[in-house]
Write a protein that binds this ligand. Structure first.
Ligand code: FAD
Ligand code: NAD
Length: 477
């Protein structure tokens, strides 16, 4: 095989692409991964949106800002007197950068250790497994591959009245890197990014107003759980305005004036910066030559089947570039599946058990169906709920807000969905994902011993509550 010929070429080095490349190499396939992510210093780094500007840096800032807020507002309740404390944003940002570097550097090492050829450049798929690459150093080369995995990811959607200037009208990457706390921060979109970023900057001192076009708050989450979360966010001071559509933005000396419409009113809001977080779009432009044969839908998603095959022999596509939730773990699981299928192994992704998490306080995590979805689909179900206020560990942590809600089939008792708002919901959800993967019933969770005192006891109790047998709440008659 010549130097430029590979069994597998992956275009894109995010959690979809780099994971696919590592698994392909583990499977004994000669693999290259071409990636064009450039950090602010112009240097390429593997890890894509997730490691460089998404999952990892946002969690670093969420953790730091939560500690800051707890120091100011909660330590007194724990009997800890803090007379003096101050925000050192520069150090907080440096820590974020350090964590990102550690993880992106780790990918480069994993590539070396697994003999994946990492190429810093932009790849474009041609016909017959040819990938033309323009290196970030300007050098051009053509790679040939028996299999190509497209993993080019996504980018923020821009709103017409609010084109990004990356100073006052910013995207999520910009908003992670503010050097000063904005006095007034507007956020367009009360989705995952809006809530996470809004929480970070509110905790650090911004007045945060979120304008959301829909009348409903987090419609994908079970309504009882999202209502509880919304109540908590409002108590914290996040000003969430639902049913608000921005019509105009005017930048002036004193800030940005956002005009917006609600069902029966027109209003405006003045802010110093505005984060536009209204979703992301697949990066499929300039990825495919006209004769590549790969289909792209009207929204730019590369068309694939359940096994991520594009329909062109040997060309696959994964992650944010294709249908389904835009989540790192979904991208990675698709990468593993494709690399295994290429190697002739059996592999699949169970799209019914993709967990979602919003890392706010309380955290919100869910998997499977919500009550409103089950009603709409006419599925007979029963449900059980358990509040963290009745859980010893949650109270010891000083985090009693929220609940676990479990939905199960009325006749078979199979778990159909679990929705959690509460402390460490991100960790609690793993138990029920595994349970659903095994098609477990509420009874299976009821009969499983959970350590005391743990937050996981709330999941146990929610399963018991399905049959009105929870111990630490008074059950429905
Ligand atoms: P990406 O991570 O976008 O990677 C694609 C890579 O391909 C990039 O490096 C890009 O530069 C490169 N590329 C594009 N075109 C080409 C080309 N032609 N040639 C070469 N390279 C190319 N998800 C979670 O699951 N949990 C979270 O907590 C979470 N937090 C997030 C926070 C923020 C602020 C954001 C923005 C996103 C977050 N996400 C989170 C979503 C997550 O980042 C994405 O779902 C995930 O990164 C998708 O992985 P991917 O590999 O498909 O694409
Ligand atoms: P999102 O789809 O989660 O939320 C966008 C929100 O903007 C929606 O509520 C939508 O109704 C609203 N909206 C759309 N147009 C609007 C308009 N014109 N005016 C006001 N509101 C409008 O998208 P996002 O928050 O931008 O996140 C993008 C992707 O990144 C998501 O798919 C998400 O899964 C992923 N992500 C995941 C995590 C995580 O897993 N914790 C964190 C951040 C991002």
């Amino acid at each position: 095989m010549s130097d430029n010929a590979f069994d597998v070429v992956v275009i894109g080095g995010g959690p979809g692409g780099y994971v696919a490349a590592i698994r392909a190499a583990q499977n004994g396939l000669k693999t290259a991964c071409v990636d064009n992510w450039q950090n602010r210093d112009g240097k390429q780094a593997f890890g894509g949106t997730c490691l460089n500007a998404g999952c990892i840096p946002s969690k670093a800032m969420l953790e730091a800002s939560e500690l800051y807020e707890r120091t100011g507002h909660e330590f007194g309740d724990f009997g800890i007197k803090v007379d003096k404390f101050a925000l050192d944003l520069a150090t907080m940002q440096k820590r974020r950068g350090g964590i990102v570097k550690q993880h992106t550097g780790g990918i480069a090492q994993l590539f070396q250790g697994n003999k994946v050829t990492g190429i810093a450049g932009t790849g474009r798929l041609g016909k017959g497994g040819k990938v033309s690459v323009e290196g970030l150093d300007g050098k051009k080369q053509t790679l040939t591959a028996k299999n190509v995995i497209l993993a080019a990811g996504s980018a923020p959607v821009e709103l017409k009245p609010l084109p990004f200037d990356h100073k006052k009208i910013v995207d999520s990457w910009d908003a992670l890197e503010f050097e000063k706390v904005p006095k007034r921060l507007g956020v367009i979109g009360a989705g995952v990014i809006g809530l996470e970023m809004g929480s970070i900057w509110r905790r650090l001192g911004s007045e945060v107003t979120i304008l959301e076009a829909l009348d409903e708050f987090l419609p994908m989450v079970d309504a009882q759980v999202s209502k509880e979360a919304q109540k908590q966010f409002r108590q914290q001071g996040l000003d969430i305005r639902l049913g608000a559509k921005v019509t105009e933005a005017k930048t002036g000396k004193s800030g940005i004036k956002l005009s917006y419409e609600t069902k029966d009113d027109k209003d405006s809001l003045e802010v110093d910066k505005v984060l536009v977080a209204v979703g992301r779009r697949p990066v499929s432009e300039r990825l495919l030559d006209k004769d590549s044969g790969v289909g792209v839908d009207e929204r730019g998603f590369v068309e694939v089947d359940d096994e991520c095959r594009t329909g062109v022999e040997g060309v696959w596509a994964i992650g944010d570039l294709v249908r389904g939730p835009m989540l790192a773990h979904k991208a990675s699981e698709e990468g593993v599946m494709v690399a295994d299928l290429i190697a002739g192994r059996t592999a699949e992704v169970n799209y019914e058990t993709v967990p979602s998490v919003i890392y706010t306080a309380p955290e919100i995590a869910w998997v499977g169906k919500s009550e409103q979805q089950l009603k709409k689909e006419g599925v007979p179900f029963k449900s059980g709920r358990f509040p963290f206020a009745a859980n010893g560990r949650a109270n010891a942590l000083g985090m009693p807000a929220g609940m676990v809600k479990m939905l199960v089939h009325k006749d078979t008792d199979e778990i159909l969905g679990v929705h959690i708002a509460g402390a460490f919901a991100s960790e609690l959800i793993a138990e029920v994902v595994l349970a659903m993967e095994y098609r477990a019933s509420a009874e299976d969770i009821q009969l499983t011993m959970h350590a005391h005192p743990t937050l996981s006891e709330a999941t146990h109790e929610a399963a018991l509550a399905v049959d009105n047998r929870a111990i630490h709440i008074v059950n429905r008659k």
